[in-house]
Write a protein that binds this ligand. Structure first.
Ligand SMILES: Cc1cc2nc3c(=O)[nH]c(=O)nc-3n(C[C@H](O)[C@H](O)[C@H](O)COP(=O)(O)OP(=O)(O)OC[C@H]3O[C@@H](n4cnc5c(N)ncnc54)[C@H](O)[C@@H]3O)c2cc1C
Length: 399
């Protein structure tokens, strides 16, 4: 059987490995648009901050892929699918035949369409080339504006500040990481990053990037002008679904799949950020890797089904422990809050019907696994509710 995996990000690379392990006789090809060997995209912030090298990020060295018999085709963007013929067509016009196809094309970072958005000096934050562009700009110090105060924007800001740039984060909401943090944890984080020299303009919206030949300043809706030699746009992602859509596969925001990660075409699967399961697309690596395993099992003819779990995310900035999981802003939940101003520790737990449904941890995230387990298993916490916020050591005593 010939299996072609398109996209050599975390999901595609994992799926190719699992396919090769499960189906030793199969011919597995992994074709990716990027020139690099498969790498850990999540760790790009470490590369930017100088805490890791490019070699550290490589997850699948060539000898490993070769020993599994995987044909790795880097720098091979696929331009079209010919599903009737069972072929993918590369941008150079080469036809790659398949019996089973896995789409693992991930997402593209969004470039907001305001004036000046495509000037030189404006970069997105998605791949190794983006980090290289930021590192080149940071070499001469200077000023950077990061548009977007979500997880990626903050990691970019800290990395650039660490590299000697003066950084301002422009964020549309009143506190950073509003999808993961409540306002109280967001305020603590703003204060902490402020001690590292990072400034915030929030809530604020960008109207234009000024400059003739390259970016010189960011203009905000209230008229504020922030000079900048580097502008990083970290405002969200859009799933890469053109191949699927143009070949007639059903898509919503991403490519529609069933529990086995199969599209409407039984020979074609979609996994990771380009897949939409039960109306939801997920922008996190853990579910993308799980989906890769499920698709590999399904292609190998085994029973396999993916079920979503609570989303969890942590900010990967040294010296700042921030983690959240599950629902963080439900209207119908009760909450338990523990706050220690002096120690800069904050913990908010959200409960519904005697069960934990969400958690925000700031300053001390050692108990993250305990809370994620409670959210995932939906165990009742009624018996130890009073000790819940203190963590597992105290819960055991009270239980
Ligand atoms: C800086 C940064 C930090 C992050 N931190 C976290 C984190 O802390 N926790 C977390 O859970 N997630 C994090 N993420 C998100 C995480 O990286 C993604 O969820 C994960 O990479 C998704 O994997 P994927 O394989 O589905 O897609 P991708 O990683 O996007 O890989 C898709 C690959 O397919 C290639 N491709 C696209 N179209 C084609 C084509 N037509 N032909 C050939 N190849 C193609 C792309 O070039 C890309 O290499 C972070 C992302 C970034 C950028």
């Amino acid at each position: 059987m010939r299996v072609l995996v398109i996209g050599a990000g975390p999901a595609g690379a994992r799926c190719a490995v699992r396919l090769a392990e499960r189906m030793p006789g199969a011919e597995v090809t992994l074709a990716g648009a990027e020139a690099a060997l498969p790498y850990d995209r999540v760790a790009l912030s470490k590369l930017l901050a100088g805490d890791a090298t490019i070699e550290d990020l490589i997850t699948h060295p060539l000898p490993m892929l070769q020993s599994l018999g995987i044909r790795y085709r880097p720098a091979t963007p696929i331009a079209a699918l010919d599903r009737a013929a069972g072929e993918a067509v590369t941008a150079r016009g080469e036809r790659l035949p398949y019996d089973r196809l896995v789409l693992a094309t991930g997402s593209t970072a969004i470039r907001l369409p305001f004036p000046g958005a495509d000037l030189p000096g404006v970069v997105l934050y998605r791949d190794m080339d983006d980090v290289r562009a930021m590192l080149r700009a940071a070499r001469s110090g200077g000023r950077a504006v990061v548009i977007g105060g979500g997880l990626l924007g903050l990691e970019a800001a800290v990395g650039l500040a660490h590299r000697g740039m003066t950084v301002t984060v422009v964020h549309a909401v009143g506190w950073p990481m509003e999808r993961q943090l409540d306002p109280a944890a967001g305020a603590l984080l703003t204060r902490r990053l402020g001690t590292r020299g990072i400034r915030f303009a929030m809530p604020a919206s960008t109207t234009a990037i000024e400059g003739e030949d390259r970016a010189r300043a960011v203009l905000l809706a209230d008229g504020t002008r922030i000079p900048a030699e580097l502008v990083v746009m970290a405002v969200g992602i859009r799933p890469n679904i053109a191949l699927a859509r143009e070949s007639g596969l059903p898509t919503g925001r991403a490519i529609t799949v069933d529990d086995a990660m199969r599209t409407a075409d039984p020979a074609v699967f979609a996994i990771g950020e380009c897949a939409e399961h039960a109306g939801r697309c997920i922008g996190l690596v853990a579910p993308a890797l799980e989906q890769a395993e499920v698709a590999a099992r399904a292609i190998a003819g085994e029973a396999a089904a993916w079920a979503p779990r609570a989303d969890a995310a942590a900010l990967k900035v040294s010296g700042t422990a921030v983690w959240s999981a599950g629902e963080i802003a439900p209207e119908d939940a009760e909450s338990i809050t523990l706050r220690d101003e002096a120690e800069e520790r904050y913990r908010r737990l959200l409960l519904r019907d005697g069960r934990l449904i969400g958690a925000v941890l700031y300053g001390d995230t050692a108990d993250a696994g305990f809370y994620l387990d409670l959210i995932t298993t939906r165990r009742s916490v009624v018996g130890f509710r009073s000790a819940l916020a203190l963590g597992p050591a105290f819960v055991r005593e009270a239980a």
